[in-house]
Design a protein around this ligand. Structure first.
Ligand SMILES: *Cc1c(COP(=O)(O)O)cnc(C)c1O
Length: 384
């Protein structure tokens, strides 16, 4: 028996007839870029996220969503953007791509998310934006710090590529319960619809959301080469649109998202029970969910205190596929040498890159597959 890190076919089977129907509709219409399919999906995202009409602006990828968001607030060479070194490359790659300077801050050892207190301390006169990541599907508690950034003129852009559907439950000023959804808390939220994400298409796709209608209008221009009226260019933008096929499939998947995220949470809970039942907590630690968080487990990432790489080899040889997100902290990447960081600058992030291990978690993963995997991990630690 083998257990894959991800098997998209299992959830796709549930929606196959609906998807094939929509493909017929799209190929009959022969309208492929933006258009009504895309508008429809954007509208449904606005409803799902409980944000105003016309506040969702889709684009061609999560990376482009980050790039467009930074462009929409005029990030330019010399500007500083505070961000995390423990994330997918695009988070800081897009900052550097605009000639701005990524300013890294270490992460929390339990949630792997950026340390908010340290981020605030990094604000300088050059800081223009704060770009936290809701890593692996868990929100940073941004509501506690957002005003501190805004007071200093710093915009907050949320990399929610891994967190569409994640939220936090908080009390508003009047003590009423309120839901804060990933991507809708800061000035601009950025999502990715890469096929492996919790809401994933059948190709690349992305989206920005913002409550600022001026920024939304700007984003809509920037994604079509900066043109308001076709062939008349107010500024230089990029070419980054969502296509009808992605939009139609994402629109179908959006209806299933809450159910699938709930399933991921059940799977995560079962892993936790299994690790405990197998007395593995002296060798590994399971992910920590902050109080009032609705973690959607884009990834289920444990920490392996020692012999992680031997464990990976062992599992690989026995048919269990696991992954390391992320093996090299971004401040140590060769392309960022010019920023002048060195080993030891962000000890938590560096330790995590040596200890983290992502286990299979996806809708359709079976409990006996989880049991076998955890038993195999237990066997490894008994014999090593
Ligand atoms: C996936 C991802 C991105 C980039 O999204 P793409 O659609 O692959 O371009 C950015 N940031 C994070 C944290 C991601 O996981």
């Amino acid at each position: 028996m083998t257990v894959p890190i991800l098997d998209l076919a299992r959830s796709f089977n549930e929606i196959k007839p609906e998807v094939f129907n929509s493909l017929e509709r799209i190929f009959t219409a022969q309208s492929f870029i933006l258009g009504s399919e895309v508008k429809n999906f954007e509208t449904h995202c606005e409803k799902y996220l409980e944000i105003p009409e016309n506040s969702a602006v889709s684009c061609a990828s999560g990376t482009d969503a980050l790039l467009l968001a930074l462009m929409a607030i005029d990030i330019k060479p010399g500007d500083e953007v505070i961000t995390t070194p423990f994330t997918f490359f695009a988070t800081s790659g897009t900052i550097a791509r605009l000639g701005a300077t990524p300013v890294f801050v270490d992460v929390e050892p339990d949630t792997y998310n950026i340390n908010l207190e340290q981020a605030i301390n990094k604000i300088t006169s050059k800081t223009r934006a704060f770009l936290p990541v809701h890593l692996f599907g868990q929100l940073c508690p941004l509501e506690n710090v957002i005003n501190l950034f805004h007071d200093k003129g710093v915009k907050v852009i949320e990399d929610s590529a891994q967190a569409f559907g994640a939220c936090r439950f908080v009390n508003d000023d009047n003590g009423n319960k309120k839901i804060l959804r990933a991507g809708t808390i800061g000035d601009i939220g950025c999502y990715s619809f890469f096929p492996t994400k919790n809401l994933g298409g059948c190709g690349d796709g992305g989206m920005n959301v913002t409550r600022d209608s001026k920024i939304a209008e700007r984003l809509k221009k920037l994604r079509v080469h900066g043109s308001g009226k076709t062939y008349f260019h107010d500024e230089v933008g990029i070419n980054s649109r969502l296509d009808a096929i992605q939009a139609a499939i994402l629109d179908i998947k959006l209806k299933y998202l809450d159910k699938w995220n709930e399933e991921r949470r059940k799977l995560a809970n079962y892993y936790k029970l299994l690790f405990k039942a197998n007395n593995l907590n002296e060798f590994i630690s399971t992910p920590v969910e902050l109080e009032n968080n609705y973690h959607i487990y884009h990834q289920y990432v444990i920490r392996v205190k020692s012999k992680r790489d031997e464990l990976i080899n062992y599992l690989d040889n026995n048919g269990f596929s696991v992954r390391v997100y992320y093996p090299l902290s971004l401040h140590l990447q060769p392309c960022f040498k010019y920023l002048g960081y060195k080993e030891g600058d962000f000890p938590v992030s560096e330790t995590l890159s040596r200890e983290v291990l992502a286990l299979p978690i996806f809708p359709g993963l079976k409990s006996d597959e989880q049991e076998l995997l955890v038993q195999e991990i237990a066997k490894f630690f008994r014999n090593n």
